[in-house]
Design a protein. Structure first.
Length: 171
């Protein structure tokens, strides 16, 4: 049987896809957390009770004008923040990231077993089907998240360089 058609490639394809999704949701979660923290810090700094608003620097025309623009941006952020639902989006990304990490680790364990035992037997095939079933349960509902295709392409290239075709054992 030619190696490119070997059934073990199903494991390795899912393995690389799981790794891609771990990287993808990690990156998206990181960006959402930065946005959320930036919004929170901006709102805290520009609050009327903030100690920063009373600084003497604002007696200088440049700083006074900049502070007005910063305040306007803060008002826009305060208005938009509830509509953006960053907390809900962060929670959803955390759930998917956790699920994909678990899925990836299960596949990683199977990949290691295939490599160490130098085979892909019926017991391993059964475990692979169990892992796929677990993934199906984890991700019954698809996220209502807009996919960042450019980020996914970049991360896919990273995964393919981390795990090139010749790095996998083919029985």
């Amino acid at each position: 049987m030619p190696t490119k058609d070997h059934p073990v490639w199903d494991v390795y394809d899912k393995y690389r896809t799981a790794r891609l999704n771990v990287k993808y949701y990690s990156s998206r979660l990181h960006r959402l957390n930065i946005a959320s923290k930036t919004f929170d810090i901006t709102l805290a700094i520009t609050a009327p009770s903030s100690a920063i608003s009373g600084l003497f620097l604002f007696e200088i025309q440049f700083f006074a004008q900049a502070w007005k623009w910063f305040g306007a941006a803060s008002a826009v952020i305060a208005f938009l923040k509830p509509f953006l639902k960053l907390g809900d989006r962060i929670k959803k990304h955390e759930e998917y990231l956790s699920g994909y990490r678990s899925y990836f680790l299960d596949l990683d364990k199977l990949k290691l077993e295939i490599s160490q035992k130098r085979s892909y037997n019926s017991m391993m095939k059964s475990r692979f089907m169990d892992i796929l079933e677990k993934r199906k349960v984890l991700f019954e509902s698809t996220p209502d998240l807009q996919e960042n295709k450019r980020l996914k392409r970049r991360l896919d290239a990273e995964v393919r360089s981390e795990y090139p075709v010749d790095s996998f054992y083919i029985p």
